[in-house]
Unconditional design. Structure first.
Length: 134
């Protein structure tokens, strides 16, 4: 169970250096993430809008649109050169906790952290939070 004051800090170790770092979110939080991210060039064109949707995940190494939107919202997440090529990253989701409690109510929210190292090893970790009724 989360509340807006919860600190969520994870130490990530990748001795073979990080090459990709993606954060996927549960469906009930995807719409919020899509507001922050760049267009998903691999997605199908929406027939109603004639446009491709934004990404439903956060690419914390390459998505420049995401980086700017996080900065505009004063959300501090490691990204870009903070992660790329590193063997250790202190990763905090604490900045997102207050948003979770306003976007999702009385449901679980899952963040799936997925990183790849330079040897193509993949590490995936799910973090699930319950956001109670206010």
């Amino acid at each position: 169970t989360i509340d807006e004051n919860l600190d969520v800090n994870i130490d990530i170790y990748a001795p073979r250096k990080i090459t990709t770092f993606i954060v996927r979110v549960s469906e009930n939080f995807e719409q919020f993430v899509q507001v922050l991210t760049e267009v998903d060039e691999d997605a199908e064109v929406n027939p109603e809008t004639g446009e491709k949707p934004n990404k439903k995940y956060m690419d914390l190494i390459n998505d420049q649109v995401l980086f700017q939107n996080l900065a505009d919202l004063n959300l501090v997440l490691p990204h870009g050169d903070d992660i790329l090529g590193k063997d250790y990253v202190p990763f905090s989701l604490s900045a997102l906790v207050p948003l979770i409690t306003t976007v999702v109510v009385d449901e679980n929210v899952t963040f799936t952290l997925e990183l790849t190292d330079r040897d193509k090893n993949i590490l995936t970790k799910d973090l699930t939070f319950y956001s109670p009724k206010q």
